[in-house]
Design a protein. Structure first.
Lengths: 436, 142
């Protein structure tokens, strides 16, 4: 099913035309309402009339996370405060959080975009759908919530926490769909196993997973343990929240709601736009946002825009899975390392639980990478009751990691359940190098 | 004849052994003999205890990495050379001992060892008249 065929299946020419029209309008709007953008455009000797078609977008300045922080809290807000009906704040681990105000129209666009995602996952009026992103300042909970209501399914606002109770509700209410982070889905599966709820006692059919990067291996594991089909749901609060892009039944890339969020992929060093199919940093321009529109926002997410048509009938462009974040990327002894690479290796070993912690250190001026992983309780058996057998396991993992990462890795095996579980975005890296 | 032993993976961190012992106490499991194989990063806590199957299941409930393995428990002569004689018989039959430890039971030395060559070990023990203990020989005060 397709929620809005007019917008999701329009011809490429019509889409480019619509995007061009909307870009002209949004540039005009920010020029007159956001001093930050007016000054930037003036510095570049640009006026709104220089923007005619969507191709002119490359003339516009970029916006970074730092710009949002520097203009805390309302410096980039374009709409008057009286028009704002909701405010979200993204996690500020360093410095100020990012504040995003939404007008009534923004919330309505967001719900529409979320409804498109859920419809692509096969969620409809008959479903009972649990939203297990955090409700609150984080956009995940309320963002998904509005979309579920819009498609007419019954929403169960479970949020995070109290996972045992949630697991029982999934069984007792016959919940058919869930939106949460992939790591929370695994935590939920684990909790169910602990309290004795089996896969055939529950009706979960659809999982909308996002808010952190995940791999195909992780998808297989979640699907296997919860008995559902897991779909990618991508979004970020600076642009809107969940619903910026979504997988369809083909599960070959995520369709971007590009009538609202115009995507570009750029080379993160030269800042030049890259052609379809090439991997680089994802950049979004909000084409219809009223509360806090952004021009060419650098997401730090690394991916590619995919060429070609999708057999599902949607014509809106697809993005590849995020294979890393430019700020997540670790440079260890000059080699680029992504936590997702470690994850893909860990998931190939059944004896090891699918969670890990990377600890980076600098000892005698040499970078070291330690990978902490947990033994899986159900795979611990009599053959592992000697140090030789356990060391063989960690050596095997270290060898696999070395071949994927191209650097030597020290593996530390931990007891089951000792690496902290995440209920939101996982912390996967501790960098102890004091480089600055 | 073999008896059942629990092997438990324990991290090298203050309190992790104590936690396991506390679980055993809560479950009213009696430890009869134990040893720890320690490495730089973790320890393997091996123990002979009352009700090994229930003990294993209870520990699993607490999320502990635990497994049951079969080990031999052989009575030794309580005099110099007692261990050498027993191990001499086992080794003499070409059986490799993976690890061993010992404890006293009513004043008699008991040698516990694990091997992958169970049948060969059984034959050597029987052939030389060594007494191997069964779980019924263990003093359980529960």
């Amino acid at each position: 099913m397709i929620w809005n065929p007019t917008k999701e299946c329009m011809s490429r020419e019509q889409m480019r035309e619509l995007q061009g029209k909307r870009l002209r309008k949004i540039v005009e709007y920010v020029y007159h309402n956001v001093p930050f953008y007016r000054h930037k455009l003036q510095e570049m000797d640009l006026s709104p009339s220089d923007i005619r078609t969507i191709d002119d977008i490359v003339k516009l300045p970029f916006t970074t996370k730092k710009d949002l922080r520097d203009n805390y809290p309302f410096g980039l807000q374009a709409a008057p405060q009286s028009e704002i009906i909701r405010i979200h704040a993204s996690s500020g681990t360093t410095g100020n959080p990012t504040i995003v105000g939404y007008t009534r129209k923004d919330i309505s666009v967001w719900s529409e975009c979320m409804a498109r995602c859920l419809t692509a996952y096969g969620v409809g009026r008959e479903d009972t759908f649990s939203v297990s992103y955090g409700y609150g300042l984080f956009t995940g909970g309320l963002g998904a919530h509005n979309g579920v209501e819009m498609v007419g399914a019954a929403v169960v606002p479970a949020s995070t926490g109290n996972t045992e109770k949630h697991a029982r509700l999934i069984r007792d209410l016959g919940i058919t769909g869930i939106a949460c982070t992939p790591s929370y889905a695994l935590y939920l599966a684990e909790t169910m196993e602990q309290i004795g709820i089996t896969k055939d006692q529950i009706n979960l059919r659809v999982g909308a997973f996002g808010a952190e990067p995940w791999t195909e291996n992780m998808r297989t594991e979640i699907q296997d343990r919860l008995g559902l089909k897991g779909y990618n749901l991508y979004g970020l609060s600076e642009i809107m929240g969940p619903s910026v892009s979504y997988e369809c039944e083909e599960q070959n890339g995520s369709h971007i709601n590009e009538d609202h969020f115009f995507p570009e992929v750029i080379d993160p060093v030269t800042l030049e736009p890259l052609p379809l199919g090439q991997t680089g940093e994802l950049v979004f321009t909000t084409l219809t946002k009223e509360g806090m529109p952004v021009l060419r926002y650098r997401t730090r997410d690394l991916c590619a825009l995919l060429p070609g048509e999708c057999p599902c009938g949607r014509t809106n462009v697809r993005m590849s899975p995020i294979y890393g974040r430019s700020d997540d990327m670790l440079i260890i002894r000059g080699i680029n390392i992504f936590p997702s690479q470690v994850e893909s290796v860990v998931l190939t070993m059944p004896e090891i639980a699918p969670r890990y912690l990377l600890v980076v250190d600098r000892i005698n001026n040499l970078d070291t990478l330690q990978v902490q992983v947990e033994l899986r309780q159900d795979y611990f058996n009599a053959t592992l009751d000697t140090p030789a057998a356990i060391d063989e396991l960690s050596k095997r993992l270290a060898a696999k990691l070395r071949s994927v990462l191209s650097i030597g890795v020290k593996v530390q095996l931990k007891a089951p359940g000792t690496i902290e579980r995440s209920q939101g975005k996982s912390t996967r890296v501790i960098d102890n190098r004091k480089l600055y | 004849m073999t008896i059942r032993q629990l092997s438990i993976f324990i991290e090298n961190r203050p309190g992790s052994l104590q936690k396991v012992l506390e679980h055993l106490k809560q479950s009213r499991i009696q430890i009869i003999a134990c040893t720890i194989a320690d490495t730089a990063e973790y320890g393997l806590f091996r123990l002979i205890c009352s009700e090994p199957v229930r003990a294993c299941a209870e520990l699993k409930q607490y999320g502990v990495a635990v497994a049951i393995s079969d080990v031999f428990a052989i009575e030794m002569n309580n005099q110099p050379g007692g261990a050498a004689d027993v191990v001499g018989i086992i080794s003499g039959a070409g059986v490799s001992i993976t690890y061993m430890y010992a404890f006293l039971l009513d004043g008699r030395g008991i040698l516990i060892f694990r091997t992958d060559q169970v049948a060969a070990a059984e034959a050597a023990i029987g052939g030389h008249g060594l007494r191997s203990l069964s779980e019924n020989d263990l003093p359980v005060n529960a």
